[in-house]
Design a protein around this ligand. Sequence first.
Ligand code: MD3
Ligand code: FE
Length: 236
Amino acid sequence: MIMNTASQTASPAPSGKTERSEPAPARHLPPGVPEGLVLHPRLLTGERREALLAAIAEAVREAPFFTPRMPGTGRPFSVRMTNLGPLGWVSDKARGYRYEPLHPETGRPWPAMPALLLDLWAELSGFPAPPEAALVNHYAPGARMGLHVDADEEAKAAPILSISLGDSALFRIGGRRRRDPTCAFRLQDGDVLVLGGKARHCHHGIDRILPGTGPALPTIIGPGRLNITLRRVTHP
Ligand code: MD3
Ligand code: FE
């Protein structure tokens, strides 16, 4: 686990000798990441990762990706989205950002939240009630997400948990005010990020996807990157 405290360790010096299996390089968070941000590098690997990808592919069959639109202007997001769980985040020109129990195009309930995601939340969130929404973002190469704050949840004390799959992305996080300084670091396949404390209320976004840097996603999803965010929406 990597926290924004003094617990970070230095990279080992290169030994000069060739080894059969190189250890994963130590990963550092840049200076200035907000308090409450915890990175678990490559926490999701192997069978757990495969099971999650299969569950997402299955959910996308039932609840296809939709393209959210900006309130007022109707400008489309470059990111496609779908949701799992009792509530899902949606946005359109007329009604803007909100959580809804039904898919905006099919009118059906969102697919159930997989047990694997409920377990991950129970392990890492420190929050006593389960998440109600798993928002699935798909970034094709070239898609991005501008700096924003997540403020549509009533449960302001609950953290947000983020899982990255596929290609790496350059993630940026700043402060409570839009003009506060920002710092950026890479998120890669299998990384789990917990956004609690002050970090929960900070501006953040995705500058760009780094195409071809991660394992392929299921065919029904296509190339690029998936991000799954687990959210508690209502007051428990
Ligand atoms: C920091 N998603 O869905 S995940 C979003 O990679 C969103 O798709 C990005 O921002 C993505 O709203 C970033 C990491 C993340 C998620 C939620 C946060 C960071 C956050 C909420 C508050 C602060
Ligand atoms: Fe966000």
